[in-house]
Each structure stands twice: as C-alpha cells, then as structure tokens.
Design a protein around this ligand. Structure first.
Ligand code: HEM
Length: 280
C-alpha cells in the first residue's frame, strides 16, 4: 500500500495535470475570442496614411475570406484572390484602413487590348441603421464605396445595386498603394484614409456609438477580373461603439466551464483521499 507521501505526490500531480488541461482548454478560446465577422479597430499612433508607415505593425489584422461574386457576368466564378488582411486604426479625427493581399503581378495598365487593372474596394451602408444587400446595396438601401484601381486611382462611389454605380464629386477618401515582393509572396498594400467627420450627402457617417458594417472586394487584373467578376467578402463590422472589449458571453461560458472542471477534479481527489484515508 502506498505511503502517505506517495499518495500526496500522486494527488498533487493529478491536480497539476487537471489545472494545465483546464488552462489550455480555457486559454485557447479566449485568445481567439473575437466574433467571426468583427474587425478590430486600434487607436492610431500618428499619421498612418502611408502603406509602409511605422505604426502599422502594432495594429491587429483580421483575415477576411473572399469568394467569387455571384454575378451573371461571364466567368464570374473564375476569380483568384481568396483572402484580404484588414487593419483599422482611428485617431486625430481620421480613420485609416490598410488592406493587403497576395497578387504575383502588378497590373496597372489598361491601354492594351484586354488588359485590366488590379483594384480593391470597401463598401459601407449609407444609412448605417440597417444592413443593405451585399451585392452593392439596393435601391432603398445604398452603399458608399471607396474604390482604388491601379489604373485610375481613388474614387468614391454610390451604388444601389449592381449596375447603378455613380461617382461622388469631391471625394472624401484618399488611398495610397504599393506592390512589393515577387512571385507568390508579392503583395499589394493599400491604405485608405478618411476624415471621420467628412460631411456630404450619401456619405457614410462614421459614428462612435455603434458597429459599422463593412464589406470588401478585390480584382486581379491579370486574371481578367473587372466590374462584376471579382472576389468579395461577406458583411463584416467595425466595433466603433463604447461597448465592452471582447465577447463577454463566450468569456463567461469558458470561465464557468474552467471552474467546473477544477471543482470536479478537486472534489474527486478529495473523495479518493478520504476513502483511502478511511481504509488506513
Ligand atoms: C457580392 C455580390 C456582388 C455582385 C453580384 C456585384 C456585381 C457587380 C457588377 C455586375 C458590376 C458591374 C456594373 C457596375 O459597375 O455596377 C459591379 C461593379 C462594381 N462593384 Fe460589385 N458586386 C458585388 C459586390 C461588391 C462589393 C462587396 C463591392 C465593394 C466592396 C463592390 C464594388 C464594385 C465596384 C467598385 C464596381 C465598379 C468597378 C468597375 O468599374 O470595374 N461590389 N459589381
């Protein structure tokens, strides 16, 4: 029969293993505990309007999956860009968005036959109180689009469904872009900058008291992508409200689960200890 010291060591080891298992079960979900469609917004440490400006490395990135837009144009399902990395920062009255995606070729010329330019766009509801159809809004719920094209630069657009796109005069958004690297690692980096309080009809109000819906589109020019043939995201959102950081619901559940596991292990260990003690 094991002596008391051996039994205590065994119990201690069992308790330590239980705590480690519990911690790893609790820590992993907490570390990734961000609702799937939320894109974090960091405080801007200064002017971040350059694609490679110092400061972007401190801004968290969300990886946004893309899929072919379900449009009726020829070869709409033949798109090539599968994800875009999105960073957002806000400070000194400005909102900065940095978008990065892999594209082996830098396509910015459209003067040759059948040549198309690499492009990217961000869309927001004009009326932020409801979520418009993802396909560029609808007649009663339009979207404000920030469009950057390697061929034509930056435009601010208004759309109420595919085929209804018009250009806003006096755009409120600037974009700055760079294509770096080579081969599969070559990457476009585009930074959009807008004054948070930019006035104007049909321009999205960037509030500080709630979530703001946002969606993304990317075109690969060398794959003949343009207009309705492109990769698009689902609706995501920026959590601009003053609400609590992170998801309290998940956090509470995992904390309760962790405490319950530790409790069960402790009670079991205590019971074993007592019953063995009783047999002594
Ligand atoms: C998901 C479903 C979508 C469908 C079916 C769709 C379809 C189309 C079609 C048919 C066009 C050509 C007609 C036009 O200029 O209006 C177009 C152009 C355009 N779309 Fe979409 N779209 C979708 C999503 C998006 C999203 C999410 C964005 C922005 C984030 C976007 C931004 C644009 C822009 C900027 C153009 C004009 C591009 C150019 O002139 O080449 N679209 N889209």
């Amino acid at each position: 029969m094991p002596d008391t010291t051996t039994r205590r060591r065994t119990l201690f080891a069992a308790a330590a293993v239980a705590v480690l298992v519990t911690l790893s079960a609790v820590a992993a979900p907490l570390a990734s505990a961000r609702p799937a469609h939320e894109i974090p917004v960091a405080p801007a440490s200064g002017d971040l309007s350059g694609p490679t400006t110092d400061g972007w490395e401190d801004v968290p990135a969300a990886t946004v999956p893309l899929a072919s837009a379900p449009s009726s144009v020829p070869n709409a399902d033949q798109t090539s860009i599968e994800r875009v990395h999105v960073q957002a920062a806000r400070g000194d009255g400005r909102l900065y968005l940095r978008l990065q995606w892999h594209d082996a070729t830098r396509d910015v010329a459209t003067n040759e036959t059948r040549a198309f330019a690499d492009s990217v766009a961000v869309q927001f509801p004009v009326n932020t109180s409801s979520r418009p159809p993802i396909a560029m809004g609808g007649p009663t719920n339009r979207v404000n689009v920030w469009y950057w094209s390697g061929a034509t630069g930056t435009e601010e657009l208004l759309a109420g469904g595919a085929g209804s796109t018009t250009e806003l005069q006096s755009p409120s958004v600037n974009a700055s872009a760079v294509h770096r690297g080579s081969g599969e690692n070559a990457t476009w980096t585009v930074v959009y900058t807008r004054d948070v309080d930019a006035p104007g009809a049909n321009r999205t109000t960037i509030a500080d008291d709630g979530d703001l819906d946002v969606a993304f589109a990317v075109w690969n020019g060398s794959n003949s992508e343009r207009a309705g043939r492109k990769s698009v995201s689902e609706w995501h959102y920026f959590p601009f409200g003053p609400g609590p950081e992170g998801p309290p619901y998940e956090t509470v559940l995992w904390t309760i689960a962790g405490i319950a596991i530790v409790g069960v292990v402790a009670v079991t260990a205590f019971g074993v200890h007592r019953s063995r003690g009783g047999m002594n």
